[in-house]
Design a binder for this molecule. Sequence first.
Ligand code: DPM
Length: 358
Amino acid sequence: MEEEKDTIVVGSRKSQLALIQTNHVIKCLQEYYPNKKFKIVTMSTMGDKILDKPLPKIGEKSLFTKELEIALANKDVDLVVHSLKDLPTTLPDGMCIGAVLKREDPRDSVVLHPNMQGKTLETLPEGSVIGTSSLRRTAQLKRKYPHLRVSDIRGNLNTRLKKLDTDDKYQAIVLASAGLIRMDWEKRIEQTLEADDMLYAVGQGALAVECGERDLPILQLLERLHHGPTALKVLAERSFLRTLGGGCSAPVAVHSVLRGNELTLTGAVWSLDGSQTLEETQSCKLKYCSEDDDDGLRPRKCPYRTPTLYCGMSPSNLTYTDLDISEKLGSDLANKLIKLGALFIMNEAKKKNESVAL
Ligand code: DPM
């Protein structure tokens, strides 16, 4: 029998946002388990160190997660907090997502240069430069706002906001609302982009806690944090992405809604310049979970079933029935797009992306 530990060691990246997210998870755990102690160990990842290249060109899948996962595998840390959208749909052997927390606003938003205040993407002057290094945002901006130009911007949130305000190179930047809200910079959001303007990244706005797949004491601890409606939405999104085989090397985006027990997923792919695109929407009915199941969902698992992971996610307190339904929604939608030629569009994007000199 493994002895129950009093102190849980939590791994985190060093950025301010990562630490805010890690502290948030610790605060939630502390409320459920007042007698446990938590200790944070910080480390830098490759994504933090390489700041001179656009993200999709570095070509490493687990850019922001690898070093932390090595620490997990060595049992130097018990759990690691990530933005779910930075976690690949397949995790390294032995790792799993033990909990997905209730999703923050998943939409992207626009932050403007101080002298552009009051503008929107639509009303920004011709030729305005928008800072982003996301292929997904770039393709959608180019398609819907051809009067704008897009330019790379790297670094953590603090760095990007500073570049926007002081460099006079960018008229606006597009960022995930969730990060801005968590950093308490909500007041800088000038425009929140709805589905018609921009679909978001798979998993955007949700926090995930990663741990050892067989670390039962930690898995049990994390079950309290797992948010059913969020988990089933992001599972459909991750299953969509996994079936397409995309990471951040081709523009892929989603939008998901749970109304009552009806789960609706929209998914799309683009060519790099946004000129080609495919978008489809599909719905399914969950059997047990509904939008207001904040927690308290009782496990109804078949006791004889071997535990499997769902796109890296532990089943936790959710029913296999609902997990299967959500996962199938994502893969069905992806297969629909594949039949329409999605892989062709994505492969062209990947090839172009690789061939552009660094
Ligand atoms: C991933 C992307 C970006 C991050 C690609 C994308 C944005 C990169 C960029 C996979 N991870 O979204 O198409 O704009 O150059 C990241 C952010 C957050 C998690 C910051 C952001 C915070 C929001 C969240 C970087 N990862 O997207 O503005 O928790 O979802």
